[in-house]
Design a protein around this ligand. Structure first.
Ligand SMILES: [Fe+2]
Ligand SMILES: [Fe+2]
Ligand SMILES: [Fe+2]
Ligand SMILES: [Fe+2]
Length: 321
């Protein structure tokens, strides 16, 4: 642990030294050879970071949804469509979301990742799910109220486990807790099981939050594994599994998120089409305008990938007719 903090200090010092050397070099080099000095890595502007966050939410939601749509396609004996949904789901997570996270600087040290996770869990436990449960109860959506209350309790346990892990990581006291096990909730095709429009809207918000939590924890797990902290990697992965297979799935079942495969394909096509023609080109334009060239390139590439996804889903739909 002590060795760790020394190393962190050395890294911080060398960064500082490098930065001041670069500044000096820059001052000395102008106007002689400005191109020999590499420009400092630019962090994206606030609007770009906000667009990247929106992107991550959408990609995480697509990842989670396509997983369920794939299972439904298998139920209907359309294995090729199931395979297409699962392969696309992986692209959304491992390419699109991951690249957006890299540009936005979402993944930090194990300590920073744990703090981010604790903040998210605390908000969901104390504020979000309690508010959603009250609303659902008020509107007579008792099943949703029950689910929101159960999930609120889970998030409290996630927060506590992450707090213990943070203590272990920062002080070396105690140990990283064992990961929670997910109860897989099946989500067969069906209509919404709630009455109020407000409950539906809150289910949608909750599903986006769960999908994003799942995706982030998978990235945090990867980071923990790279640093050699296997126990922390397992905690993040186990918790990610609960967010997806239990929380997202439970909410999706109530929201009637999964329909018959033809309708799921139509939903997917509409989402990909919107990304390809509207959302990502708009984000690219904004990023270009403020000089966030790496982000602009990412948005353009991801728009093109979304157009390909839409075309592949359309082809699958045509073959089912
Ligand atoms: Fe995508
Ligand atoms: Fe959680
Ligand atoms: Fe959750
Ligand atoms: Fe896509």
């Amino acid at each position: 642990m002590f060795r760790h903090s020394i190393r962190a200090l050395l890294v911080a010092l060398s960064t500082l030294t490098a930065a001041s050397q670069a500044a000096t070099a820059m001052a000395l080099a102008v106007p002689a050879e400005p191109h020999t000095v590499a420009p400092a890595a630019q962090s994206p502007r606030q609007q770009t970071v906000s667009d990247l966050t929106t992107t991550m939410k959408g990609e995480a939601f697509a990842h989670a949804s396509y997983g369920l749509f794939g299972t439904q396609a298998d139920r209907e004996a359309h294995p090729a469509v199931g395979k297409l949904f699962r392969a696309t789901a992986q692209t959304e997570l491992n390419e699109h979301l991951k690249q957006a996270a890299a540009l936005a600087g979402t993944v930090g040290t194990n300590e920073a990742n744990l703090r981010q996770a604790i903040n998210g869990e605390t908000y969901e436990h104390q504020v979000m799910y309690r508010g959603f449960a009250d609303q659902a109860r008020m509107d007579g959506d008792d099943e949703a109220a029950k689910l929101f209350t159960e999930i609120a309790a889970d998030e409290g346990r996630h927060r506590d486990a992450y707090r213990m892990a943070l203590t272990a990581v920062t002080t070396g006291r105690g140990s990283v807790p064992a990961p929670p096990k997910a109860d897989m909730v099946p989500v067969p095709a069906g209509m919404p099981k709630v009455k109020a429009a407000r409950t539906m809207a809150n289910l949608d918000t909750a599903m986006h939050g769960e999908a994003l939590a799942h995706a982030k924890y998978m990235l945090f797990a990867e980071r923990a594994r790279q640093t050699g902290n296997q126990a922390l990697a397992r905690l993040f992965e186990g918790t990610a599994g609960v967010e997806l297979h239990e929380h997202f799935a439970g909410e999706a079942a109530l929201a009637g998120h999964v329909r018959m495969t033809k309708d799921n394909l139509r939903t997917a096509i509409a989402g990909e089409h919107n990304e390809a023609t509207n959302q990502y080109p708009g984000f690219a334009k904004r990023a270009t305008a403020v000089g966030d060239t790496a982000a602009a390139r990412y948005f353009r590439d991801t728009a093109a990938a979304a157009a390909k996804h839409a075309a592949a889903f359309q082809q699958a739909l045509d073959q089912l007719h």
